[in-house]
Design a protein around this ligand. Structure first.
Ligand SMILES: Cc1ncc(COP(=O)(O)O)c(C=O)c1O
Length: 458
């Protein structure tokens, strides 16, 4: 069936409630189909999806292991409420807690939810109930979702620019939010550490000022999804030590990094000996074939809730079809040693990016692990091109932001790859990416960086 994309564009522009771009600057890109590692656009163009959409579609698009499992489950299931059990819920929980995390010795139970946002929301509710305290410490530049609690928890202040010229920005009223206290972001990996990291020093001062007896938890991302920072190696052990010293929990937000993105099953595994109390997952748990999220609680926390009469539940809790996509995805990852594949293809990609850093004056830093890398762009003095960098309020003319220029240059060469922070390019291809496709993407980035060099470093 051929689609009338002109009419669809009219309907989309007229009736859909869009985010990020204002109406006047909205660019419409219709996707006609998704196919493996590619997006097929309305005009027939095939774009190599080098960001797995939102670093979410980890096995590419319509992978048979996931779609096959879904099709099979749909023969038997629609919806089953959470007061009843279903086959896939039990299998999904056993796969995560016993088969994947069993050797780790901390994880107790898992609950499946319909989004990463609800996973982080569940983590804060559980942390507050378990500790009897209300405050959540949350990092600048972090992102944890879109509901009100999660919005208050994120480390970006801006929310809406509604004036002519987009020169001002307003937060959701209620800032500073009750119950969430901002802490500094971690230093980058290339920070020249001389003693304890300043971010940890500041976090400890904040914790003491707030009163540790008021703090339920600190939430952090192993690698920042929106901000793109890979923390200094001293950071996670230092943060865990602060949790232990002052008796609050660590919520590990692995919505982007969980299930293999950083070349380990979970991002926290890059820091030996560091284990979470509560973990939020999503995206990669089922490759985002359906909306998904999960909360994973440590054994003592899981025990506390399981032994209690806990009034909680969502219509979507443990949905059989979502759980079937989780089972299809995880069984495939386990059977095919995908972690090894991620590490091996990631090493090739990292090599190519290091080569681009040598070649281009505008590349200041390459960070990441596995198949998630970020490239930070600098001017001729080695400073961030947009001075606010990760503190950008996203006001004014965004078309001048280096990430927007790079995304447009990449698209001209058939590659979907850009970024969120103005100076930061994000690369997060599907685990199914081939060496040739990595070459295609990095060749496109090479050409885009030549444009950035000319514009900003001369
Ligand atoms: C680290 C992190 N946490 C939470 C979320 C929210 O997940 P979702 O969009 O599935 O609600 C995201 C989404 O990008 C994320 O990157």
């Amino acid at each position: 069936m051929s689609r009338d994309w002109e009419e669809l564009e009219r309907w989309d522009r007229a009736y859909y409630l869009h985010g990020l771009q204002a109406e006047a600057e909205h660019s419409f890109t219709g996707v006609d189909a998704t196919d493996g590692n590619y997006l097929v656009l309305a005009d027939g163009t095939r774009l190599l999806d080098f960001m797995s959409q939102l670093i979410s579609d980890n096995l590419g698009h319509r992978h048979p292991a996931i779609h096959g499992a879904l099709a099979e489950a749909m023969e038997r299931y629609g919806h089953v409420t959470y007061t009843l059990a279903n086959e896939y819920r039990a299998r999904a929980a056993k796969l995560v807690i016993a088969d994947i995390l069993g050797q780790e010795g901390w994880a107790g139970r898992l609950r499946v939810l319909p989004s990463g946002t609800e996973a982080t929301e569940s983590c804060i509710t559980m942390a507050r109930l378990y500790t009897g305290r209300s405050v959540i410490l949350t990092q600048a530049h972090s992102f944890h979702g879109m509901t009100v609690g999660a919005t208050m928890m994120r480390g970006y202040r801006n929310n809406i620019s509604a004036d002519e010229g987009f020169s001002g920005v307003a937060d959701v009223p209620g800032w500073p939010p009750h119950g969430f206290i901002p802490i500094p972001p971690p230093e980058h990996e290339d920070w020249q550490a001389n003693g304890r990291l300043p971010s940890l020093e500041a976090t400890e001062h904040i914790a003491r000022a707030v009163g540790p007896e008021n703090i339920a938890a600190v939430i952090s991302e192993p690698m920042f999804g929106a901000g793109g920072t890979f923390p200094h190696m001293d950071y996670m052990p230092g943060l865990r030590a602060l949790c232990d010293k002052y008796g609050f929990l660590w919520i590990d937000d692995e919505v982007i990094t969980g299930f293999g993105r950083l070349g380990e099953w979970f991002g926290y595994m890059h820091w030996p000996g560091v284990k979470p109390d509560l973990m939020a997952a999503g995206k990669g748990i089922n490759g985002s074939a359906l909306p998904s999220g999960a909360v994973i609680a440590s054994a003592p926390i899981a025990d506390y809730f399981e032994k209690a009469r806990w009034w909680t539940g969502s219509t979507w809790d443990g949905h059989p079809l979502i759980c079937a996509t989780i089972v299809g995805n995880l069984e495939y990852l386990l059977a095919n040693d995908i972690m090894q594949q991620v590490r091996q293809r990631g090493a090739y990609l990292k090599d190519r990016l290091d080569g681009l850093k040598e070649k281009h004056a505008s590349v200041g830093r390459v960070s990441g692990r596995g198949l998630f890398y970020t490239v930070d762009l600098v001017n001729g003095n080695g400073e961030p091109i947009v001075p606010d960098d990760r503190y950008s309020p996203f006001t004014g003319d965004l078309s001048e932001h280096p990430n927007v220029i790079v995304a447009a240059e990449n698209a001209k060469r058939g590659v979907f790859m850009g970024g969120f922070s103005p100076n930061t390019i994000k690369l997060g291809p599907p685990f199914t990416i081939t060496q040739e496709e990595i070459d295609t993407a990095t060749d496109a980035l090479d050409a885009a960086l030549t444009v950035i060099d000319e514009r900003f470093t001369r």
